[in-house]
Design a protein around this ligand. Structure first.
Ligand code: IPM
Ligand code: MG
Length: 370
């Protein structure tokens, strides 16, 4: 008997609250439309503003409660004006990735009609790809847990500071396994179904290891077309011929950078949805930041958050055995696509006339008519 899911909600900083409210609105409408009961929310305070107030970056029991939920939704965390002594920003989010081992960062990139296309080539109109960014180790390893011990490789001598690129077999095997399975699912839904391993195996031992593990996992998935690309060449191809790619898998920092680049190709960060998935739970967040300059002014584009919310519904559908949740996710994705096709979604982020509420209302209208 499926149980009613529980979602930990972290609105966080800046526009985090604006886009989270918009997303919860949309999700409730979609669940209602398909006749599914809503999930319960557990609001957790966290972020840079919370840190400035309390000296803690998340509520005392916040991490435990986040882990008790079936999924976590996060608006945005971080304020450039509030930092640790070493000048890095407040990022409890990185610790959540580490604590719950959310290794598979899924970042879909899709072109919509009437949304800006930064590439003149007509093939850019059909862009539809996914970056899978490992999200717990790689070059973020020392940053994941703030001030992770020097014993584990961080050097903080006065005249040199090192972060390390850590690639472990256990996480990387799971990551590649996830990537192959996602590629197959996409192929079954009519997409290209090709997987590219993006690395820097020509230079770094850790990256050669990443590729070796890719080859090893590929043996079990011989029905999937694979290729390799060095990360610098991938940056070039992302601009030159992104339509040649379907699913790409890479270490943490490469994925952080290339997913912003890819988001730019289809408009901007307001389109950059993200799900970070581990074996036990998933965290869903728009990959844009907190944009404090426009917080609370009804100008943020909520679509990345809304699309991340749809990813969360898909995830909950599988995890909690709730097929209606998958339908609701599809309804939201279609509503966004139809809204753009009708040129009825014109976010201010792209020079349009629609703020957070107007964009949300249009998606609601599309859902109602869907
Ligand atoms: C992202 C963000 C985060 C990251 C920041 C806010 C810590 O840029 O989700 O891509 O670097 O992972
Ligand atoms: Mg980023």
């Amino acid at each position: 008997m499926p149980t009613e899911p529980r979602v930990a909600v972290i609105r966080g900083d800046g526009i985090g609250a604006d886009v989270t409210d918009a997303t919860l609105n949309i999700i409730n409408a979609a669940l209602n439309k398909v006749g599914a009961s809503p999930f319960t929310c557990d609001d957790i305070h966290a972020g840079a503003a919370y840190f400035a107030e309390t000296g803690r970056d998340i509520e005392t029991d916040g991490e435990t409660r986040a882990g008790d939920a079936d999924a976590i939704f996060l608006g945005a965390i971080g304020l450039p004006s509030i930092r640790h002594e070493d000048r890095t920003e407040i990022s409890p989010h990185l610790r959540l990735r580490d604590r719950f081992q959310l290794y598979a960062g899924v970042r879909p990139v899709r072109a919509y009609p009437n949304a800006p296309q930064r590439l003149a080539d007509p093939r850019a109109a059909g862009l539809d790809l996914v970056i899978i960014r490992e999200s717990t180790e790689g070059l973020f390893y020392t940053a994941a847990v703030h001030n992770r011990s020097i014993v584990e490789g961080e050097v903080t001598a006065p005249d040199a500071v090192s972060d390390i690129m850590r690639i472990t077999a256990s996480t990387t095997r799971k990551l590649h396994e996830f990537a192959f399975n996602m590629t197959r699912r996409r192929r079954d839904r009519g997409r290209a179904g090709k997987l590219t391993c993006v690395d820097k195996a020509n230079v770094f031992k850790s990256q050669a290891f990443f590729r070796t593990l890719f080859d090893e996992v590929a043996q079990k998935h011989q029905d999937i077309d694979t290729s390799y690309n060095y990360v610098d060449a991938m940056a070039l191809d992302m601009v030159r011929q992104p339509w040649e790619f379907d699913v790409m898998v890479m270490e943490n920092m490469f994925g952080d950078i290339l997913s912003d680049l890819a988001g730019g190709l289809v408009g901007g960060m307001g389109m950059a949805a993200c799900g970070e998935i581990g074996d036990e739970t998933g965290l869903f967040q728009p990959a844009h930041g907190s944009a404090p300059d426009i917080a609370g002014t009804d100008r943020a584009n909520p679509l990345a958050a809304i699309l991340s919310g749809a990813m969360m519904l898909d995830y909950l559908a599988q995890k909690c055995d709730l097929p209606l949740y998958e339908q609701a996710a599809g309804l939201i994705e279609d509503a966004v696509a139809k809204g753009f096709a009708a040129n009825a979604l014109r976010p201010m982020e792209f020079g349009g006339d629609m703020g957070t509420r107007a964009v949300t209302d249009e998606v609601l209208t599309q859902i109602a008519n869907g």
